[in-house]
Design a protein around this ligand. Structure first.
Ligand code: SF4
Ligand code: SF4
Length: 94
Protein backbone atom coordinates (compact mmCIF):
# COMPACT_ATOMS: atom_id res chain seq x y z
CA UNK A 1 0.00 0.00 0.00
CA UNK A 2 2.85 2.40 0.71
CA UNK A 3 4.07 1.75 -2.84
CA UNK A 4 0.65 2.78 -4.12
CA UNK A 5 0.85 6.06 -2.20
CA UNK A 6 4.35 6.78 -3.45
CA UNK A 7 3.18 6.58 -7.05
CA UNK A 8 0.96 9.65 -6.59
CA UNK A 9 2.11 12.42 -8.93
CA UNK A 10 0.07 15.04 -7.05
CA UNK A 11 -1.61 16.06 -10.30
CA UNK A 12 -4.92 16.74 -8.55
CA UNK A 13 -7.17 15.22 -11.24
CA UNK A 14 -8.83 13.14 -8.53
CA UNK A 15 -9.81 16.18 -6.51
CA UNK A 16 -11.93 17.57 -9.32
CA UNK A 17 -14.28 14.58 -9.16
CA UNK A 18 -14.30 13.85 -5.42
CA UNK A 19 -17.62 14.79 -3.79
CA UNK A 20 -16.15 15.39 -0.33
CA UNK A 21 -13.33 17.53 -1.71
CA UNK A 22 -15.82 19.58 -3.68
CA UNK A 23 -18.01 19.99 -0.61
CA UNK A 24 -15.25 21.06 1.79
CA UNK A 25 -12.50 22.40 -0.52
CA UNK A 26 -9.71 21.32 1.76
CA UNK A 27 -7.01 18.87 0.73
CA UNK A 28 -7.35 16.34 3.52
CA UNK A 29 -10.99 15.84 2.50
CA UNK A 30 -10.00 14.66 -0.99
CA UNK A 31 -8.23 11.61 -2.41
CA UNK A 32 -4.81 13.20 -2.87
CA UNK A 33 -4.76 14.34 0.74
CA UNK A 34 -6.22 11.07 1.99
CA UNK A 35 -3.29 9.16 0.50
CA UNK A 36 -0.93 11.26 2.60
CA UNK A 37 -3.11 10.85 5.69
CA UNK A 38 -3.11 7.08 5.12
CA UNK A 39 0.68 7.17 4.96
CA UNK A 40 0.72 8.78 8.41
CA UNK A 41 -1.53 6.02 9.70
CA UNK A 42 0.58 3.28 8.13
CA UNK A 43 3.94 4.55 9.32
CA UNK A 44 3.18 6.29 12.61
CA UNK A 45 -0.21 4.99 13.68
CA UNK A 46 -1.30 8.63 13.62
CA UNK A 47 -4.83 9.02 15.02
CA UNK A 48 -5.08 12.80 15.18
CA UNK A 49 -8.48 14.37 14.67
CA UNK A 50 -7.36 15.69 11.29
CA UNK A 51 -6.28 12.22 10.10
CA UNK A 52 -9.39 10.48 11.40
CA UNK A 53 -11.66 13.07 9.80
CA UNK A 54 -9.90 12.56 6.48
CA UNK A 55 -9.95 8.77 6.45
CA UNK A 56 -13.41 8.29 7.92
CA UNK A 57 -15.25 10.61 5.54
CA UNK A 58 -14.33 8.89 2.27
CA UNK A 59 -17.53 7.68 0.61
CA UNK A 60 -15.67 4.91 -1.27
CA UNK A 61 -17.45 5.94 -4.46
CA UNK A 62 -14.26 5.33 -6.50
CA UNK A 63 -14.81 8.41 -8.68
CA UNK A 64 -11.17 9.32 -7.99
CA UNK A 65 -9.86 5.99 -9.24
CA UNK A 66 -11.59 6.42 -12.59
CA UNK A 67 -9.55 9.53 -13.39
CA UNK A 68 -6.22 8.75 -11.71
CA UNK A 69 -3.57 8.50 -14.46
CA UNK A 70 -1.39 6.37 -12.18
CA UNK A 71 -4.23 3.87 -11.54
CA UNK A 72 -3.62 4.08 -7.81
CA UNK A 73 -5.92 1.86 -5.74
CA UNK A 74 -7.01 4.85 -3.70
CA UNK A 75 -10.00 3.23 -2.01
CA UNK A 76 -7.98 0.18 -0.99
CA UNK A 77 -5.36 2.49 0.57
CA UNK A 78 -8.05 4.38 2.49
CA UNK A 79 -9.85 1.19 3.53
CA UNK A 80 -6.65 -0.28 4.92
CA UNK A 81 -5.96 2.91 6.87
CA UNK A 82 -9.49 2.77 8.24
CA UNK A 83 -8.93 -0.82 9.37
CA UNK A 84 -5.77 0.24 11.22
CA UNK A 85 -7.62 3.12 12.89
CA UNK A 86 -10.32 0.67 13.99
CA UNK A 87 -7.76 -1.81 15.34
CA UNK A 88 -8.62 -4.42 12.71
CA UNK A 89 -5.17 -4.35 11.06
CA UNK A 90 -1.60 -3.74 12.12
CA UNK A 91 0.45 -0.65 11.46
CA UNK A 92 2.61 -1.25 8.39
CA UNK A 93 6.33 -0.66 8.97
CA UNK A 94 8.16 1.38 6.33
S1 SF4 B 1 -5.15 11.58 -9.73
FE1 SF4 B 1 -3.84 9.92 -8.89
S2 SF4 B 1 -1.74 10.65 -9.26
FE2 SF4 B 1 -3.08 12.45 -9.47
S3 SF4 B 1 -3.13 13.41 -7.39
FE3 SF4 B 1 -4.86 11.98 -7.53
S4 SF4 B 1 -4.12 10.05 -6.66
FE4 SF4 B 1 -2.30 11.29 -7.17
S1 SF4 C 1 -13.67 7.23 -3.14
FE1 SF4 C 1 -13.39 8.71 -1.46
S2 SF4 C 1 -11.60 9.91 -2.05
FE2 SF4 C 1 -12.33 8.86 -3.91
S3 SF4 C 1 -13.74 10.30 -4.92
FE3 SF4 C 1 -14.99 9.00 -3.58
S4 SF4 C 1 -15.14 10.13 -1.63
FE4 SF4 C 1 -13.42 11.02 -2.80
Amino acid sequence: MIEEIERCARCGFCEAVCPTYNAFRTRHMGPRGRLQMALLVYTDGNKSRYVVESIETCLRCRACELVCPASIRIVDVITQARAILHGRAQKIPR
